[in-house]
Design a protein around this ligand. Structure first.
Ligand code: GLU
Length: 446
């Protein structure tokens, strides 16, 4: 990056957020793509768009006290960042994981601003979470935590203001407990959360949306480059709802998924992953993936996560968490003939990994475009809630497919316009940025 003004803004970001490396990483990655746009748009410089877009509109941090099953008081830290509302109410998930701190929430909130813009739906960017670890907790403990979390958060959210959803550690069960408590506190039955259960305002296909969307995006990118899922070998990290439904759709499109993982290790099944077994372990029994070998004795379980990227494959779909593919893993993928990486998780590739894909000519579908299917169907859930109607699975899936096709086209077009044909990472950042920047400029200095 040579643009003096951009370097100066980035320096300020680094100084102000020195203890938050993931946030600095996310901002740097976007800025590197935006240089040709800023060079061409002095009006954005004059309106202070970059200075403003890197600073959250607000962020709340709060105490989350709850009582565990032994009667002991536990205290976690809760967060909500309301990053940008230029194009719609804040929208983004809640992550429950011990690694959560302000830097994780801010990087996710920043990514969400651009991702939500790419969906073409009217949603600003936000994100929340807590360092609570749901692993091994009883149902009652999960409910106690969720109620305490919402007992503070409820005053900051609302159907026209900020609409949280799920992320790592938050699915339909947690959203149900949060929605119930929001309703008790406010007396309002409104579309304040998405990812709700179907009987109380949830959208069909929301559970499948992120994973299906990753494959719809990949399919478009492959078609544009003379490639296809048909006959390909696919490795997917993770076994949450993104990974599970990416596996289902990749298989339906003709790929063979040979590996999946959880935070303890990975399973390799050369005959193709038995998704019914994974669903039983993860969705029904909430158990660990190592039990997969009890269902499929020919499969192999390996402790530890990074080894999954040494399995030969054509297509890698990282669907677990941030920075899960480093330079070494990226080089292993290249060496084994991998020709595409499409991101289901948020920021799963380190900057060095992305540089490795690019210098070796891999097709790369960046997270903020490829995994936007989840929040897209959240947007459709908001629409259905506002209309007080619900659509069929097929109708939602068809709209999701259309949105993912448009996102690919927007990335492809933006990359071409700025002389970086085939660089969908730059295309995603530019297309996502332009809409938000135009809205911010039009709304004045706020
Ligand atoms: N957590 C998801 C994401 O990273 C979904 C957010 C939402 O549905 O609001 O995009």
């Amino acid at each position: 990056m040579k643009n003096e003004y951009m370097l100066q803004v980035l320096e300020t970001v680094k100084r102000r957020n020195a203890a938050e490396p993931e946030f600095v990483q996310a901002v740097t990655e976007v800025f590197e793509s935006l240089e040709p746009v800023i060079d061409a748009r002095p009006d954005f410089v004059e309106a202070g768009i970059l200075e403003r877009i890197v600073e959250p509109e607000r962020m709340v941090t709060f105490r989350v006290p709850w009582v565990d099953d032994s009667g002991k008081v536990q205290v976690n830290r809760g967060f909500r960042v309301q990053f940008n509302s230029a194009i719609g109410p804040y929208k983004g998930g809640i992550r429950l994981h011990p690694s959560v701190y302000s830097g994780i929430i801010k990087f996710l909130g920043f990514e969400q601003v651009f991702k939500n813009s790419l969906t073409s739906l009217p949603m600003g960017g936000g994100k929340g979470g807590s360092d609570f670890d749901p692993k091994g907790k009883s149902d009652r403990e999960i409910m106690a935590f969720c109620q305490s979390f919402i007992a503070e958060l409820y005053r900051h959210i609302g159907a026209n203001c900020d609409v949280p959803a799920g992320d790592i550690g938050v699915g339909a069960r947690e959203i149900g407990y949060m929605f119930g408590y929001y309703k008790k506190l406010t007396g309002q039955f409104e579309g304040v959360l998405t990812g709700k259960g179907i009987p109380y305002g949830g959208s069909l296909a929301r559970t499948e949306a992120t994973g299906f969307g990753v494959c719809y995006f990949a399919d478009e990118m492959f078609k544009a480059n003379g490639k296809s899922f048909a006959g390909s070998t696919v490795v997917i990290s993770g076994s949450g709802n993104v990974a599970i439904y990416a596996c289902q759709k990749a298989t339906a499109l003709g790929g063979k998924v040979v590996a999946m993982s959880d935070s303890n290790g990975y399973v390799y099944d050369p005959e193709g992953i038995d998704l019914a077994a994974i669903k039983d372990i993860k969705e029904v029994r909430r158990a660990r993936i190592k039990e997969y070998v009890n269902y499929r004795p020919n499969a192999k379980y390996t402790e530890g996560c990074s080894g999954i990227w040494t399995i030969p494959c054509d297509v890698a779909l990282p669907c677990a968490t941030q920075n899960e593919i480093n330079e070494e893993s990226a080089k292993a993928l290249v060496k084994n003939g991998c020709w595409a990486v499409v991101e289901g998780a948020n920021m799963p590739s380190t900057p060095e990994a992305i540089a490795t894909y690019q210098s070796n000519g891999l097709l790369f579908g960046p997270a903020k475009a490829a995994n936007a299917g989840g929040v897209s169907v959240s947007g459709l859930e908001m629409t259905q809630n506002s209309m007080r109607l619900s659509w069929t699975f097929e109708e939602v899936d068809e709209r999701l497919h259309g949105i993912m096709k448009n996102i690919f086209k927007a990335c492809d077009d933006a990359a071409r316009t700025y002389g970086m044909e085939g660089n969908y990472q730059a295309g995603a950042n530019i297309a996502g940025f332009l809409k938000v920047a135009e809205a911010m400029k039009a709304q004045g200095c706020v």
